[in-house]
Design a protein around this ligand. Structure first.
Ligand SMILES: NC(=O)c1ccc[n+]([C@@H]2O[C@H](COP(=O)([O-])OP(=O)(O)OC[C@H]3O[C@@H](n4cnc5c(N)ncnc54)[C@H](O)[C@@H]3O)[C@@H](O)[C@H]2O)c1
Length: 390
């Protein structure tokens, strides 16, 4: 047995003649075993997190991920900064520019208000850092393009965050669609009847929420963008959008209820609604039906798996056993009730992407279409005209 420090080597891959590492850790614990053998040892990658609201989840995720090390956190809020540096024994920066010149940091996780994402990501890339950026990648597609371009220019990796894509049930649903088990998709419907009290939009960390220039919208761009991404990840790109939106139950600038009709490139049609007005917060519901089957899920729980070719119902039973019951909280009423397993997988994936010099599984390029769809919904709602997406 050796200590973990023995394979950390100033950002270079090291080679050990005697020891290899097997990761058998759960996401909550780093557990590593070492065995005899000649293998390449992965280096530990240094992370810095900016924005310590959702950034707290990033710290947990980095802490849980093998070969990732939280080097520093950054926030202009001294209290949040102090709390996290104490908790993780890491460095703390009040100024982002100072964190960016820390040579121990190779990856910067950006969890500041959404309208700051591209600019902060570009700064990180220009400083030679890889980037993980919270959802949405930014609030306008053109800004996301600038971020992608900065990644290319600086030859750094750029990962987005839509943690739902890493949930096993969602992966199985996508596989079933791609393998043609549902036939041709006909209906692709996503509904998000969530609730946020007015207090969510107030105070030092609330006042940017529900604004056009920092949140890029309201219930759709902030809460709903996960659902939008999941729909297009299942069904493929959206080609046309019609929509309405408005403010009903909150004193905010943007919207707290958006309703849209979407046409997908694959030919399917669907509805989408998002709200933060639906007291006390009900489950997200996704209904998908094709010419050969129907799948319905609510949050992480499978409700219906009826596929014609599954004549004896064996697959349905397997799927219901695995995903038919899910207990615990979700974010329908509590914004911080999201877990961090998905974030941990995104961190682990980026570490591997750096190691193998490949694209992250969820690149910022892939995270862009959700922003395009959301912006098209807003444009359609404002103009009363349907909007075509390229
Ligand atoms: N993946 C998810 O499920 C999920 C959930 C919630 C929020 N988010 C995303 O995370 C981001 C942050 O949301 P939040 O709810 O945590 O907001 P928040 O306001 O609670 O946190 C943002 C933090 O950024 C800090 N900050 C602002 N400007 C800064 C600067 N120039 N330098 C350093 N720190 C700065 C603020 O002080 C604050 O602590 C948003 O983009 C949001 O969409 C994602």
């Amino acid at each position: 047995m050796v200590s973990q420090e023995s394979f950390v080597n100033e950002g270079r891959l090291t080679r050990s003649r005697r020891l290899s590492m097997i990761n058998i850790g759960s996401l909550d614990e780093k557990i590593v075993l070492f065995m005899e053998g000649e293998v390449r040892m992965p280096r530990e990658i240094g992370f810095g997190v900016v924005g310590l609201g959702m950034g707290k989840h990033h710290c947990k995720a980095i802490d849980a991920a093998p070969n990732a090390k939280l080097i520093a956190v950054c926030d202009v809020d001294e209290e949040r900064l102090e709390r996290m540096t104490q908790q993780y024994g890491c460095k703390g920066y009040r100024l982002y520019a100072e964190m960016l010149v820390d040579p121990e940091i190779q990856v910067v996780n950006i969890a500041t208000p959404s309208g700051m994402h591209a600019e902060m990501g570009i700064q990180a890339a220009d400083a030679g850092k890889h980037v993980i950026v919270e959802k949405p990648a930014d609030i306008a597609p053109q800004r996301v393009d600038s971020l992608i371009e900065a990644g290319r220019r600086n030859k750094v990796k750029m990962a987005g965050i839509f943690q739902s894509r890493f949930e096993p049930l969602n992966i199985r649903i996508r596989e079933a669609i791609q393998q043609g088990k549902m036939g041709d998709l006909v209906g692709v419907h996503g509904h998000l009847p969530w609730y946020r009290a007015q207090s969510y939009f107030e105070g030092p960390h609330g006042s940017w929420k529900g604004t056009w220039n920092m949140d890029g919208g309201g219930s759709l761009m902030n809460q709903g963008v996960h659902t939008v991404d999941l729909l297009q990840w299942f069904a493929g790109p959206v080609s046309e959008v019609s929509a309405f939106f408005g403010v009903f139950g909150h004193d905010i600038e943007a919207e707290d209820h958006a309703v849209a009709v979407l046409r997908y490139q694959c030919g399917a049609m669907g509805t989408l609604y998002t709200t933060t007005c639906c007291y006390p917060g009900l489950n997200q519901r996704i209904t998908l039906f094709g010419t050969k089957g129907t799948i319905v899920k609510e949050e992480g729980q499978l409700k219906v798996w009826k596929v014609m070719e599954d004549v004896d119902g064996a697959i349905e039973r397997e799927m219901m056993d695995l995903y038919g019951e899910k207990k615990g909280q979700n974010a329908s009423a509590d914004p911080m009730a999201v877990g961090f397993d998905g974030h941990t997988q995104i961190v682990m994936d980026l570490v591997e992407a750096i190691e193998k010099d490949r694209e992250p599984t969820l690149s910022v390029t892939q995270a862009k279409h959700a922003v395009e769809i959301v912006c098209a919904v807003y444009q359609a709602g404002r103009t009363g005209q349907s909007v075509r997406l390229a």
